[in-house]
Design a protein around this ligand. Structure first.
Ligand code: AMP
Length: 140
């Protein structure tokens, strides 16, 4: 699938748009979802320009999943949660709204989720959660 360099996550990666970051290395970035489906909703993205999981080279996918695990562990620890949803929407037909591959981590029951990309969260509250998650990652 053709990659649009102007998509929101590409712009976040280039530093053109702000994000509430919890982890970054040379291959991945993790940041808070601004319209969380539950408290602690976090996104992990590879820096590779790929639209869907199927466009992502296998080695980038494998590396990104390690970071997904790292961030998931930190979310559970930082927010004292048990159980986490890992969601990955590939393609508009599946409901994907941002065309840069990303993994959603949502520490909540499937039956309690708010609407997908429905409503802006309280950004100050989200920043406080991000600080806790960041600290948990740093202490791993
Ligand atoms: P998807 O529909 O799977 O592509 O998910 C895109 C996600 O990105 C949604 O959960 C949105 O709430 C979230 N989102 C959109 N814009 C931003 C942004 N600027 N920063 C953080 N999250 C965003």
């Amino acid at each position: 699938m053709t990659y649009n360099e102007q998509n929101i996550f590409a712009r976040i990666l280039r530093g053109e748009l702000p994000a509430i970051k919890v982890y970054e290395d040379d291959r991945t970035l993790a940041f808070m979802d601004i319209m969380p489906q539950a408290e602690g909703h976090t996104l992990v993205i590879p820096k590779t320009a790929a639209v869907t999981l199927l466009d992502l080279p296998a080695e980038d996918a494998a590396y990104t999943i390690q970071i997904v695990q790292k961030v998931a562990r930190a979310i559970e620890k930082a927010l004292d949660k048990k159980g986490i949803i890992l969601m990955q929407l590939s393609g508009e037909e599946a409901g994907q709204t941002v065309p840069h591959v990303h993994f959603h981590l949502i520490p909540e029951s499937l039956h309690q989720l708010r609407q997908h990309a429905g409503q802006m969260g309280d950004q100050e509250h989200i920043k406080r959660l991000a600080e806790k998650i960041k600290a948990a990652i740093a202490s791993e």
